[in-house]
Each structure stands twice: as structure tokens, then as C-alpha cells.
Design a protein. Structure first.
Ligand code: PMP
Ligand code: GLN
Length: 383
């Protein structure tokens, strides 16, 4: 492994899912739903396969049906107008969108600001692009984590190229408010920065609204927005994601994507086009379902003695294990399957400042109700 990647090794998600398989524990570590997305969308994939749509290389930017569906979705939910021909790129999940964006937009030595804790591929992709990551730490505050705008402002230097934003935020569940996003936008305009914003959990918000960063003044020409069908439609295995943004930015990202995967799998693109056109009720349904599951797991974790940061978005709950008399999230997660038959993820892996992340542990709640109830029962034996 070369020097750029030597520090990264195996992702925590693979490690923890393997631990769950080995021990037979309930896997609340890696975030994937245990119920597949809508039947009619699966049928659409089968039809595409059978009718010979997408079985050979699809067009580089993605099939026109899906690019149009992405723009219609942005219009329906946010009133945004993107051109499906020049302002949309279909990618192999959000993961490739993140990689291609950073490889396309970062020069070696450029500084990239990311909110810490950050989704693990950010650090690896910044490294692959030869960039320097500059973490801005979200601070625990009662039952939430907050972005300190002064810290963000102070992190910008003459070498800063872009801000890599994520809202709703994995793993903390924080959803940036309109005021916070407006401040990020103002800073980006003032310092002439690009922003790559990972909004894969855009529909998974509870009692609050998600606002795309690109909708703020001055952001249209400097924002690359990323989303994915994995989260909204519960098809994490399909790996269909997308990028929207101004033509020059999308063209740049596409240049990198061409040499990573060339194109993304064809038949699933047609199916995701149909998914994006589902009625509003579908989107409200998944949100309401997850909200009830959040409450079930959050209340259970609190009863089991954890300090719970109640997420406003995503399908993750970050907890503080110190009330249980524990301080080391790594050790805690490694021993948890044996102690009570549950797998979780230590948030420290999402930090440069390991000491800051050490007492935090993440649990996923995108699981069937009976699985969450079982997990809660097991966790209560810890107290
Ligand atoms: N960004 C964030 C914040 C995520 O949590 C995930 C989930 N794996 C991804 C990107 C990757 O999405 P995908 O599965 O579509 O590649
Ligand atoms: N996004 C999911 C998580 O954060 C899955 C990530 C992965 O397996 N790469 O757990």
C-alpha cells in the first residue's frame, strides 16, 4: 500500500460487519437497512434487465431517464432547476461521487476542510487526491453536536480549496440549520471556495427540514451536490448515486469518473429513475418509519445508561459511553458482541483528534422494529 493510503487499512464498516457475522451479534454497526426498498422499484430493475435496457455500456453521464428524474426530484422538493444534459452525472454510489469530485477539483497540497467526525471515505479520498485535510470538529452540546462557525471561519487559509460538507451528518445526526448553511455559503463566497456537499440523507430528517446548500446566494456556481439511491430508497447494494452542479463542475467530476468506473451499472439506473418519481407519500413514509425507529432505539439506549445525542437526521445515533463507566469506544465496540450480542461503531475512526472521538459510539437504527427491540433488551443488560 502506498504512503498516501497506508494509514487507512480496512474500513471500520467491513471490520464491524465481519465481527457481527463471526459472533452472530445484532449488527447495528454498518448502516444498511434490513428491509429492501419498494417492490415496484425492484420490478422496474427486473424489467430493465429483461427488456435489454442498460445491459450494455450506458452513456457516460448516466441514462437520460435518470438524469431527468434527478432534476425533476430537485425541482419537486427544493424548487431547483438543473439541466439534465449538462448539470447531472450518475455515479457508482455517493462513494464514487465523493472520490471523483475530490480527484477532479483538488490540486496536490490544497487544503480541504471537512466536518469532524467525518464519513470515513472523505479522509481516504482527500489523501488519494493529494490534498491536506483540515478537520473542523463538531462540538457536543446537550443532546446534539454543533458546528462552531468561528472555528470553521478560522480554518480557512490561503491554501483552502474546498469545504467538504455533510448534512444531514453521519455519524452525529446533526442537520445544519438554514442560518448555519447561510453562514457556510457566505464564507465560501467571501473566500472564493468550492463546496462539495454530501446530502445523501436529504430525506431522512425528523421534525426539521433539509435545505440544499446550493440554494443559497452565490452557491450555484461553486457547489457540487451529492446524493444516492442507497439511503432514500433502501438499495445500498445498487450503488447508484449522482452529482448535480454547474456545468464546469460536473464536467470536471465526469472527467475523473470516466477513468474510475467509466459508467455506472445500467439497469439499476432505469429503476432508480422510477424510484425518484414515486409520490410524496413514499418519501414521507420512510421518514416517518425511521423517526419511530429512532425514538425506539434512542429511548432504549438512554434506559440502558448511555448519553444519547438525539439525531435530527440520518439513521444513526451517536452515544456517549462515559455514563456506563467506559471511556474507550474502540475497546467498548470490540467487547460489545461478547458482552451483549450487539455490534456498534466507535466514532473515533471518524476523527483526526482521536481524544475528541474516543467516548462516542454509533448505532444504526435502519432495522426492523423487532430487531431494534431485541437489541435494546440486550443493551439493557450492560447497566
Ligand atoms: N456519504 C455518507 C455520509 C454516507 O453515510 C454514505 C453511506 N455509505 C455514503 C456517502 C456512501 O453512499 P453510497 O452507498 O451511495 O456510495
Ligand atoms: N454509510 C454506511 C455507514 O456509515 C455504510 C458505509 C459503508 O459500508 N461504506 O455505516
Amino acid at each position: 500500500l502506498n504512503r498516501r493510503l497506508a494509514a487507512f487499512g480496512t474500513t471500520i464498516f467491513a471490520e464491524m460487519s465481519a465481527l457481527a457475522v463471526r459472533t452472530g451479534a445484532i449488527n447495528l454497526g454498518q448502516g444498511f437497512p434490513d428491509t429492501d426498498g419498494p417492490e415496484e422499484v425492484r420490478e422496474a430493475a427486473v424489467r430493465a434487465l429483461r427488456d435489454g435496457r442498460g445491459n450494455q455500456y450506458p452513456p457516460g453521464p448516466g441514462v437520460p431517464e435518470l438524469r431527468t428524474a434527478v432534476t425533476e426530484h430537485q425541482r419537486r422538493w427544493y424548487g431547483l432547476g438543473f439541466d439534465p444534459d449538462t448539470e447531472v452525472l450518475i455515479t457508482a454510489g455517493a462513494t464514487e461521487a465523493i472520490a471523483a469530485s475530490l480527484l477532479a477539483l483538488v490540486e496536490p497540497g490544497d487544503e480541504v476542510i471537512a466536518l469532524e467526525p467525518y464519513y470515513d471515505s472523505y479522509a481516504a479520498c482527500v489523501a488519494m487526491a493529494g490534498g491536506v485535510r483540515v478537520p473542523v470538529t463538531l462540538r457536543p452540546d446537550g443532546d446534539t453536536f454543533r458546528l462552531d462557525l468561528d472555528e470553521l471561519r478560522a480554518a480557512v487559509t490561503d491554501r483552502t480549496r474546498l469545504i467538504l460538507l455533510n448534512t444531514p451528518h453521519n455519524p452525529t445526526g446533526t442537520v445544519l440549520t438554514r442560518d448555519e448553511l447561510a453562514a457556510v455559503a457566505e464564507l465560501a463566497v467571501e473566500r472564493d471556495l468550492l463546496v462539495v456537499t454530501d446530502e445523501v440523507y436529504e430525506h431522512l430528517v425528523f421534525g426539521t427540514e433539509h435545505t440544499p446548500l446550493v440554494s443559497f446566494p452565490g452557491m450555484r456556481e461553486r457547489t457540487v451536490t451529492i446524493s444516492s439511491s442507497g439511503k432514500t430508497f433502501s438499495f445500498t447494494g445498487w450503488k447508484v448515486g449522482w452529482v448535480t452542479g454547474a456545468p464546469e463542475l460536473v464536467t470536471a467530476v465526469r472527467s475523473a469518473k470516466q477513468y474510475l468506473t467509466y459508467v455506472s451499472a445500467g439497469p439499476f439506473q432505469y429503476a432508480v429513475a422510477e424510484a425518484l418519481a414515486l409520490p410524496d407519500a413514499y418519501f414521507h413514509g420512510i421518514r416517518d418509519d425511521l423517526r419511530a425507529k429512532r425514538d425506539l432505539l434512542a429511548d432504549g439506549l438512554a434506559d440502558a445508561g448511555f448519553h444519547v445525542f438525539r439525531p435530527s437526521g440520518t439513521y444513526f445515533i451517536t452515544t456517549d459511553i462515559r455514563p456506563l463507566g467506559e471511556t474507550d469506544g474502540f475497546a467498548f465496540c470490540r467487547s460489545l458482541p461478547e458482552r451483549c450480542g450487539v455490534v456498534a461503531v466507535p466514532n473515533a475512526v471518524f476523527y483526526d483528534h482521536q481524544d475528541q472521538g474516543s467516548p462516542f459510539v454509533r448505532f444504526a437504527f435502519c432495522k426492523r422494529e423487532e430487531v431494534l427491540t431485541d437489541a435494546v433488551g440486550r443493551l439493557k443488560t450492560l447497566a
